[in-house]
Design a protein around this ligand. Structure first.
Ligand code: NAD
Length: 334
């Protein structure tokens, strides 16, 4: 029997997709469809079969009596099961291996994301799509084109993850709760991303003050920002594949903001139209998220006093994203 709960479909039941499903299920406000289709690439990896998503869903349902959620998870390889979703999350495709850049996944993931976005949009034309697959900014362009949806309903997840990595390291260095560190990491989801130091606060106090009073050193803060930019690569080197707990929960935070129309302002990847001096490019910026998707984009180059270093970083990051999108066009995939 169908429940009255909202519906979230997660395409790709791998590490990130299953983590999104688990976290959303625990909140209890939505049922989840987990769809996985092993393709030629994933068949190289022996654990993937047609039954993979069904197995993941069964596992997620079997934990529900202990955790105490009523949300149901359905595993499938059939797009009809995703029909009328409120939110569709795309995590399908290959993750990085050690030594790979996100851009190395460009050709391999573009076809998968295009086919996923087209089929999912056919079933759920009113849904908001959250793209996670890498290289993130370029895959948002692919999903936008293949889905035919308005850009306000095709949004990428990167900034929530990059920001939580930054906040975590600052909280450890300063010795305060993670809850009291507020920050933004903006730009493309690559090594040129921009931790916005001038807007980073600890208990409402600019983080720079903690350098000025000797609580942390300038070198420490610089290393935190460098490690944030390299965060994905560091984890891939340690684990052997992409991380999934923080990426999955970061994605679930966006899903919640949309599903519950919370009007959260979260660093999200959206199609810019002149903001930040950038047009026609997906880029990570603060966005008001609600039931209709991206409701408003905040242009910090106008609303805040960013430093010259931050402004130059944003420009460099935008150039990098543009070059990846150009490469996608040269491959004939956009
Ligand atoms: P994974 O290999 O564990 O899972 C990917 C799943 O996608 C596999 O189960 C595979 O069978 C499935 N799949 C492949 N092609 C498909 C298709 N056409 N239709 C349906 N399912 C398909 O990988 P992961 O660690 O979960 O990472 C998933 C993606 O997310 C990667 O591209 C990774 O780089 C990216 N990622 C993004 C962020 C971010 O912040 N945006 C963070 C981490 C990972």
């Amino acid at each position: 029997m169908a429940s009255g709960r909202k519906k979230v479909s997660v395409i790709g039941a791998g590490n990130v997709g299953a983590t999104v499903a688990f976290h959303v299920a625990q909140q209890g406000y939505a049922d989840i469809v987990l769809l996985d289709l092993p393709d030629d690439l994933t068949l190289e990896r022996p654990r993937k079969t047609e039954s993979f998503a069904r197995g993941k869903a069964l596992d997620l349902n079997q934990v529900s009596p202990i955790v105490g959620y009523d949300a149901r998870v359905k595993g499938t390889s059939n797009y009809a099961d995703t029909a009328n979703s409120d939110v569709v999350v795309i995590t399908s495709g290959r993750p990085r291996s050690p030594g790979m850049s996100r851009e190395d996944l460009l050709a391999v993931n573009a076809d998968s994301v295009a086919s996923v976005a087209a089929q999912a949009a056919e079933q759920s034309p009113d849904a908001v799509f959250v793209v996670v697959s890498n290289p993130l900014d370029a895959m948002c362009h692919v999903a936008l084109k293949a889905s035919g949806l308005p850009s306000s309903r095709v949004i990428g997840q990167a900034g929530v993850l990059d920001t939580t990595r930054y906040r975590n390291e600052i909280s450890v260095a300063v010795g305060v709760s993670v809850e009291d560190v507020q920050a933004y990491v903006l730009g493309g989801h690559g090594d040129q991303m921009v931790p916005v130091r001038s807007l980073t606060t600890v208990g409402g106090i600019p983080v720079q003050k903690f350098v000025d009073n000797g609580r942390i050193t300038a070198d420490q803060l610089q290393k935190i920002e460098d490690d944030t930019r390299q965060g994905g690569g560091i984890l891939t080197g340690l684990i052997g594949t992409s991380a999934w707990y923080a990426p999955g929960v970061a994605t679930a935070e966006m899903v919640e903001a949309i599903l519950l129309d919370r009007r959260r302002i979260l660093a999200s990847t959206v199609l810019l139209d002149g903001e930040y001096g950038v047009s026609g490019l997906y880029f990570g910026v603060p966005v008001l998220l609600g039931a209709e998707g991206a409701l408003e984009i905040f242009d910090l180059t106008k609303l805040a006093s960013l430093t010259d270093i931050e402004l130059a970083g944003i420009e460099e990051s935008a150039q990098k994203v543009q070059s990846t999108v150009d490469a996608l066009k040269q491959l004939g995939k956009l």
